[in-house]
Design a protein around this ligand. Structure first.
Ligand SMILES: Nc1nc2c(ncn2[C@@H]2O[C@H](COP(=O)(O)OP(=O)(O)O)[C@@H](O)[C@H]2O)c(=O)[nH]1
Ligand SMILES: [Mg+2]
Length: 438
């Protein structure tokens, strides 16, 4: 997302070479790019106008701080203003002092309510609560089934209709997430239905689920739901996609709604508490190492990671280690999602087409699983004959085996280069180098 803004800014800022005080013409040139990029990202034009003026006020006549270049000074001003516009950091779910906590999700059809209901339930579970998800979308039986299936897969309690609250009490679940009906457009009947539901059920919070890909449409939706039903915040979904991203900026600025969570993938663990700093640095394409670390910590088996690292440093990376790395990467969600958060990852992402990467990872996995334990531990013994056997076993060509062997060498090589850095810094790069040549 927002790639346009990061790239445009970088290009515009390269031209700024001034020292001392920023020259007005450089400020103008930089701000022109900011304005165009935001409009292209489908940000509401009034929001853009105000944003640009505020950045201008920040940087006009400002001395370039020692240690910063002129472009960095502009980037910093844009970043600070973005953080302010995005509205600071959100907290997680607000748990009611008198359980159950009831979070009601509302939004248009396809915005991601059902998926997000399960994501929120998992988040509540990580916070030490016992969640239940409840289907209230009766018009579409398939919608009830969808929620039930997702909940079962994650072993989350499931209920139907308002009786779900009684189910929750019986099952001693203290958090109930209501997945309500959606429509393709804002619709008076739906609003009435939701309003009435809210009158009957003691709702702790009402959260709008909004698709970030819909740009300014999300602003209209936010206004309509806010007026009719009342909102305590917004969950922006599909921020992993190539959303033009205007929604994040516009929603906050134009409707005053607080963005509370960000959906960053289709998997149930792909939900983050919204952080303005992170969003701002993503917008600017400066990478988002914090998010990556948090996500990685949730997924990584740290002991295994330490072992892999020991082997890497000793120059003895086995294919068992390699397999563990691949699986960890996949556990973090899509590879694209991971790459987007790494500085420079955006460029790498462009070289990899999504579906193929997944396929390649699966193929690598299949090859490694066709090796004997000894071959995995001592890749050096894999000769031509063994290659042919492994290729037959995993249904690939011997050339594919060679590529995997090379990827391992590259990973080993990189590990040496990054030897002194933390393991997290190494992992995505290692994959990037080892995998991009596939
Ligand atoms: N990539 C991505 N897809 C999402 C995200 N949230 C939801 N989706 C997808 O959007 C589609 C619609 O989601 P769903 O939960 O059924 O929407 P609902 O009609 O509002 O309940 C599904 O294919 C989801 O997998 C997200 O954060 N990222
Ligand atoms: Mg649904």
């Amino acid at each position: 997302m927002f790639e346009a803004l990061g790239d445009r800014l970088a290009a515009a800022l390269k031209k700024i070479t001034g020292r001392g005080v920023l020259r007005p013409e450089d400020v103008d040139a930089g701000l022109r790019e900011v304005r165009l990029a935001l409009l292209e990202a489908d940000v509401n034009f009034r929001v853009v106008k105000e944003f640009v003026e505020r950045v201008r006020a920040r940087i006009t006549g400002v001395e370039i701080s020692p240690g910063l270049t002129a472009p960095q000074t502009v980037v910093k001003a844009v970043n600070d203003e973005l953080v302010e516009l995005l509205g600071g950091n959100a907290e997680g779910l607000r748990y009611s002092p008198q359980p159950p906590t009831v979070a009601m999700l509302v939004g248009l059809q396809g915005s991601g309510k059902t998926t997000t209901a399960v994501k929120l339930a998992l988040l509540a579970r990580r916070d030490g609560h016992r969640p239940l998800v409840a289907a209230l979308d009766f018009r579409r039986p398939a919608a009830v089934e969808q929620l039930k299936t997702l909940a079962e897969r994650e072993k989350i309690a499931f209920g139907k209709g308002e009786e779900a609250l009684a189910d929750a009490a019986r099952l001693s679940c203290d958090v109930v997430i209501l997945d309500t009906a959606g429509r393709l457009h804002v619709d008076a009947d739906l609003m009435d239905e939701l309003k009435q539901l809210k009158e009957r059920v003691r709702v702790t919070e009402t959260l709008l689920v909004a698709d970030s890909m819909t740009g300014q449409e999300a602003v209209k939706v936010g206004e309509a739901f806010g007026k009719a039903v009342g909102l305590d915040g917004v969950i922006l979904t599909k921020l992993d996609g190539d959303a033009r991203g205007g929604a994040a900026l516009s929603l906050r600025a134009a409707t005053g709604q607080v963005i509370r969570f960000a959906g960053v993938g289709e998997k149930p663990q792909d939900l983050e508490v919204f952080r303005a700093e992170r969003m701002a640095s993503r917008i600017l394409g400066m990478g988002d190492v914090l998010s990556l670390i948090e996500k990685a910590e949730r997924t990584l088996d740290t002991e295994k990671a330490a072992e892999v690292e020991r082997h890497l440093r000793a120059g003895q990376l086995s294919f068992d280690d390699f397999l563990a790395q691949i699986r960890q990467l996949r556990g973090m969600g899509s590879l694209e999602g991971v790459l987007e958060m790494v500085p420079g990852g955006g460029a790498l992402k462009g070289q990899l087409s999504g579906a193929d990467t997944e396929k390649e990872m699966k193929r690598m996995e299949a090859i490694i699983l066709s090796m004997t334990p000894r071959e995995r531990a001592h890749p050096d013994i894999i000769d031509g004959k063994r290659k042919r056997r492994i290729a037959r076993g995993s249904g690939v060509q011997p050339a594919d085996i060679n590529r995997l062997l090379k990827a391992r060498d590259a990973m080993q090589q990189l590990a040496k280069q990054f030897g002194r850095k933390g393991k997290l810094a190494g992992i995505p790069r290692i994959y990037g180098q080892g995998g991009a040549g596939w």
